[in-house]
Design a protein around this ligand. Structure first.
Ligand code: GLV
Ligand code: MG
Length: 350
């Protein structure tokens, strides 16, 4: 294949500017599905070892959905699972290990960090921080992690992932992404965000049948206005995902969709995931094993798309100028789009 001196990463993943310590490139490890489990739930925990290798990320959840009485058991359960499960987490295994700690204004978060980092810090790839409001929240976690890592003698820094789930967090999304060289990515938190914004949906992610546009009437007058007209359901999350994708691209980190709570509705789940993939997200959360397969399929480029992208790369030779392929004009910009697709396929195949 003719080589191009440029890579999609040259423009898609610039190094962060103005970060407190020299930025390091965030490794591109596949994370199409971040599968949540409750480490305090013995039945769920028992299944974790068999899932290693079949999902990109296993995340031990300590925050919402874990009862207040079970917070300590969840933390201890995660330490046990991480210590006893082979090939889970720690940069080289097939499945990364993440955790979602409790919110920074909760009584549990300090114990989460001071317990987990010394005990399993060498296996923890990413810490997901909920309800992040601004850069100050990331600075706090960054400092604390640096102290705990130094004390534990850890060599590999633990990365940080923020959930965008407050109106203030969305308003500060750019500064959150650039707040630390540890920043790995952002997820949309549609349930908390809906509540914080006083939106009128009670769902966890996904659309709403009331949020729609109606086709213009065919003519004027009462009869035309009252006639049945086609309606189209709109995506409640488009604005936030688009903002998140831009902020992540600007800082060279990864955007993710978040939870889709209607486990039975696999069709709507796939639609939400696909819209997020097409807009630039690299992965999503999985709340049930059946969502892993959906995420793996949706967040991998199709064979047809990759084949087409490789043809464009080959046809573009040194990467400059324009060529006609199947009646369509291809140039430097479409080459960059195709390189995104090819590089993603290569990262997933590696
Ligand atoms: C996730 O945490 C959400 O609030 O949607
Ligand atoms: Mg939430």
């Amino acid at each position: 294949m003719p080589s191009s001196s440029r890579s999609a990463k040259d423009f898609f993943r610039p190094l962060a500017v103005g970060a407190p310590t020299p930025p390091s490139e965030i490794p591109a490890r596949p994370s199409r599905a971040i599968h949540f489990f409750d480490p305090s739930n013995a039945k769920m925990a028992a299944k974790i070892p068999q899932m290693v290798g079949s999902v990109d990320v296993l995340l031990g959840n300590l925050e919402d959905a874990v009862k207040a009485d079970n917070k300590e058991a969840a933390r201890d359960g995660l330490v046990k699972i991480a210590s006893e499960t082979a090939n889970l987490g720690g940069a080289s295994g097939p499945t990364q290990l993440w955790t979602r700690i409790n919110a920074l204004d909760s009584p549990w978060v300090l114990d989460d960090l001071t317990t987990l980092v010394p005990a399993i810090g060498h296996k923890l790839d990413v810490i997901m921080v909920p309800k992040v409001q601004g850069a100050e929240d990331i600075h706090y976690v960054d400092r604390l992690l640096a102290q705990l890592e130094a004390k534990a003698g850890l060599e590999k820094p633990i990365l940080v992932h923020a959930i965008l789930e407050t109106a203030r967090g969305v308003a500060n999304v750019e500064e959150i992404c650039g707040a630390s060289p540890r920043m790995q990515g952002l997820s949309l938190g549609p349930a908390d965000l809906a509540a914080d914004r006083r939106m009128k949906t009670t769902r966890v992610g996904g659309g709403h049948p009331g949020y729609l546009v109606r086709q213009d009437p065919d003519g004027s007058g009462e009869e035309a206005v009252n006639a049945a007209r086609t309606t189209y359901q709109q995506d409640l999350w488009h604005y936030t995902i688009a903002r998140m994708v831009d902020a992540c691209a600007m800082h060279g980190i990864y955007p993710y969709y978040g939870p889709f709570g209607d486990i039975a509705d696999v069709v709507a789940c796939e639609d939400q995931f696909r819209n997020a993939f097409l807009l630039g997200c690299v992965g999503t959360w999985s709340l049930h094993p059946k969502q892993i397969a959906i995420a793996n399929r949706v967040f991998s480029p199709s064979v047809e798309d990759v084949t087409h992208a490789r043809r464009v790369v080959a046809a573009m030779g040194d990467g400059t100028g324009a060529v006609m392929l199947d009646g369509k004009m291809e140039d430097d910009a479409s080459l960059k789009q195709c390189l995104v697709m090819v590089e993603l396929a290569e990262e997933l195949a590696a």
